[in-house]
Write a protein that binds this ligand. Sequence first.
Ligand code: ZN
Length: 581
Amino acid sequence: MKRYFPLLFCWLLLLPAVAFAAAGSDPEEQFQRLHGYYQRLLNTDEGEKRENWQRAARALQELHRQQARQEVGAKSLYLLGNLYHQLYRRSGIPLDLAEAITSLQEVQGLYPNHPLADDALFYVAHIFLYEQQDWQRAEQVLKRLLDLYPAGDVAPGAREMLATIGGGRAGSTGSERPVLQADGRYKRPVAPAQPPETRRSASTDQKAERRIAVLPVRHWSSERYTRVVVETEAPLNFRSHLQENGDGPQRLYLDLDGARLSPRIDSPVKQVADGLLQRIHHLQTAAGGVRLILDTQTRLDDYKIFSLDNPHRVVIDLIGQPAPTPPPLPTPPPVMARPATGESLSLAQQLGMGVRRIVIDPGHGGKDPGAISPSGIKEKDVTLRISRLLAAQLRRQGNEVILTRDRDIFLPLEERTAIANSHEADLFISVHANAAANRQARGVETYILDVVASDDQAMRVAARENASSARSFSELQGIVQELLNHAKLQESQQLAEFVHQTTLTSLRGAFGGQIEDRGVRRAPFVVLIGAQMPALLVEVGFLSNPEEERLLADERYLNRLVQGIAEGINHYANNLSLAER
Ligand SMILES: [Zn+2]
C-alpha cells in the first residue's frame, strides 16, 4: 500500500499552475489540475481567500461524484480531506476540520480496498491527536486501522503512535491534552487541560506563533544514500536518538524544541520509500515542540546529523545498503539540465572506467550573488557561464554532465551535494570565483574538503563561500571531522592536483606567467560535506583584482579555463583506468 502516497506528494512539486475549470477533459487531468491549484492555495496569495478554497473543494466534490468508485474518485476524496485540513489551519473554523475528518473517513468507508484507505485513517488519527488533542478518539481510530490493515504500510507508524499515546486512559475525557514525556511517550496531565473551545484563544495562538516554524522537509535519494533537510524559520536546539531494532529497520527521532509545524506541511506523514528511508512522521508534541520520526527500510551503516545556518536547517545524512525491494517511485531530481548524450566515448568510457557522470555546480545564484567585482560583475554569473562551457566541453568528451543549476536561481549548499549524491555522480566539481580585501591577490586555487584549513587565507575563503560566521565556522569543523570518514579524500586530492595543474598549464599557455599558482589547498566547505564521490571546489580567479576581473569576462580566458579543467578530469580518469588494470 505504498504506491499512492509518493505519487500524490510528488505532484505537489511538479504540477504547473493551470486553471482547473476544464469540464469534459480526462478525469485524471482534472484531478491533476485541481492538485496543482491546491498547491497554489498552499503557497501563494491565492490561499488567503476562503472562497478560493471553497471553489477548489466544490470542484473536488464534483469530480468525486462523477468518478465515484473509480481511482480518481478515491484520490479526489483524499485530497478533499487534505484541503479542508489545511483550510482549517488557516481559518480555525471547527467545521472545516469536521469536513476534513468526514472526507478522510469516507475514503476508507467507500474505498476500503484502495491503497489510500489506511493512509486516510492514519491521517484522521493524527487530526484527532494533534489538532484536537483527543487521544481517546485517536486511539480508537488507530485500533480500527490496525484491525483492518494490519499489514499495511502505515501499520508500523500506527503501532508506534498507539504506544506513544498509551499512557493513562481511565476516566479521561477527550478534552485532555496529552503531554510528551522525556521517554517519548504521551501521558495524561494531572491537572485538567484547557477545554477544546478555548484552544484557539488569542493567547494560545500567540504562544504558538512565537514558536519557530518547521518548514516542509526536503529529501534526495540514491541507492545507498539519503539526505533529509529540515529547514526552520530560526535557529533552534535539536536532539536526536536512534532506536535500534536488531538487524531490522531503525527509527531515528529528531526533536526540535520550541517549534511548530508550518501550515505548508500538508501531510502528517511523508512517504519516501527510496530503499533506505521509508517515511517521515511529523508530530506536533503537546509539550510545544516538533518531533520528526524517520523510519528506515533497512539497518543503516551510518548516519550523520548536523545543522547549518543562514537559513537555519538540520541536515540528516543516512547511509546504508538499500532494502531488497527497490523503490517504486524515485524522487524526481530538483534541478537539473538534462544531459545530452555524447556521440563519442571518452577514453575512460572505452576502458569501462569510473568517470562517466559528472555533476558541475555553478557557485551561488538567485538572491546570493557571491563575490561582486568593483565594476559590478557577480560571481554567480561568472560561475554559471563557466559551468555551461565546462559542461559542453565534458559532453563533447562523452561524459554525462548534470548542472546543479542551469539558470539564475538560489540553491542551498547542502542541496548541491545532495544532487550529486542522488545522481550517483562519479565526480563533483563546484565552480567559484575568489575575492579578497587585498586587490593585488590573484590566481587560481583548487580546494578539497578538510577539517582544518590549510592557512588563514584558505579559512577566509571557506568562510566566505559558506556564508557563515566565524563562530558557526568552528562548529562546522566538528561536523566535518565526523563526516570525513566517508569522504573520498585521497581520490579528491589526486583529482584536485590533476585539475589544478592542467588548468594552470592551459591558462599560462595563453596568458603566460601572470596566472598565479595558489596551489591545491584544504578547508571545510559546506558544499563538499557529505559528497560520496571525489569532489573539489575550484576558485577560478579573483573578481577583486582589476586585471582578473577583466579576464573573467574574457571568452578566451574562460575557454582556456574549461579546457584545462576538462583535461585534468581526463587525466584523472585515465590514471584510474591504469591503476585498475
Ligand atoms: Zn563562491
